[in-house]
Design a binder for this molecule. Structure first.
Ligand SMILES: *Cc1c(COP(=O)(O)O)cnc(C)c1O
Length: 328
């Protein structure tokens, strides 16, 4: 389909590699697993968020924004990526971070500070109305004559999702070049924007592949609603065909474990296993849980052995460091 993407400012490194994980595939004795290395979008911009932020910051620039306001947990990959990317374009960032006792100057938060992001910590309770809080902060800046641009949690709105519609095109080209067929993409889902974007890309570029999200917080119904509403917003904003809304939104629930940002022993062991087998570093909050989920699904016979699947590595390495004590 002929589709005109909105403006984008490229900050990440593309295309990210699509590489086979031979030893892992063998160890799990299931389908052939390939990794789409979106952890390689850049050292400090590592992970999936930069693909969304490239579209969001392009719009912020069109609005002549000086300050970018966004939010997340204290170890938010999205907040860190935004803070660093904004500086690369000469803009400042004001972050509203949920403080569950995780204020230690480590991992992502350390990098937020390094680039001089303004940080407002709020309690988990206050965070429930974080969108209002960000609007209040924006209004405060505007009062001082400073133009502000607000990015929602995870960059997961219609414009942010364009990042993964664009990534789907990149992946479709790689699949074509590889002369192989892949049955599914498996990914971690935290705010839904990545999966929404992949679904948009799948429709736009007619990629015959299953997109299977593994939620790392909340539940399947929550994300089906959330992703559907991003798709609805995208359909309106970018005049996409109604067919987009008939796509099924596939979320496999059951791998939230102890809850958002909390790890179980089996997840930690999976991260260690993948590190030793493949030299591939996953993160405790997202990709470690999704990989544990994939492992468990394979053990339960969810995939056939002659299938080929792609695990989307969405990054998150800086979230490992504050969790070092869980490993050794
Ligand atoms: C944010 C994030 C995700 C989830 O992506 P969403 O678009 O928010 O669903 C997955 N992995 C990592 C490492 C992330 O930072």
């Amino acid at each position: 389909m002929d589709f005109q993407f909105p403006d984008r400012v490229q900050l990440g490194l593309y295309p990210t590699p699509l590489t086979p994980a031979t030893r892992l595939s063998e160890a799990l004795d299931g389908p052939e697993i390939y990794i789409k290395r979106d952890d390689l979008t850049g050292v400090t911009l590592t992970g999936n968020k930069i693909r969304k932020i490239e579209f969001l910051l392009a719009e912020a620039r069109q609005h002549n924004a000086e300050v970018i306001i966004t939010c997340g947990g204290a170890q938010s990959n999205h907040a860190r990526t935004t803070a660093i990317a904004a500086r690369q374009l000469g803009m400042r960032t004001h972050l509203v971070l949920r403080n569950n006792g995780g204020k230690s100057l480590d991992g992502n938060l350390f990098l937020d500070r390094m680039v001089g992001a303004e940080i407002t910590f709020v309690s988990a309770e206050e965070y429930e109305r974080v969108d209002d809080r960000m609007q209040e902060i924006a209004a405060q800046y505007e009062k001082e004559g400073i133009k502000a641009y607000v990015i929602p949690e995870g960059g997961s709105n219609a414009l942010g999702a364009m990042g993964y519609a664009f990534a789907m095109k990149e992946l479709a080209d790689q699949i074509k070049k590889s002369k192989q067929t892949f049955d599914a993409i498996v990914l971690a889902v935290g705010s839904g924007g990545t999966q929404a974007g992949l679904l948009i890309g799948k429709m736009l570029f007619q990629v015959p592949i299953n997109i299977i999200g593994i939620n790392i917080c909340d539940d399947a119904a929550y994300f089906q609603n959330r992703i559907r509403s991003i798709l609805q917003e995208a359909r309106q904003r970018f005049s996409l065909p109604a067919q987009l809304l008939s796509e099924s939104i596939h979320i496999v629930d059951g791998y939230v474990g102890k809850g958002y940002g909390l790890s179980r022993l089996e997840e930690i062991k999976t991260i260690k296993q993948v590190a030793e087998l493949e030299g591939l570093i996953l993160d405790p909050v997202y990709t470690g849980k999704a990989m544990y989920g994939l492992k468990d699904l394979i053990a339960k016979g969810y995939f056939q052995k002659d299938q080929k699947i792609i695990f989307l590595h969405t990054g998150g390495i800086f979230g490992l460091f504050p969790k070092r004590n869980l490993f050794f």
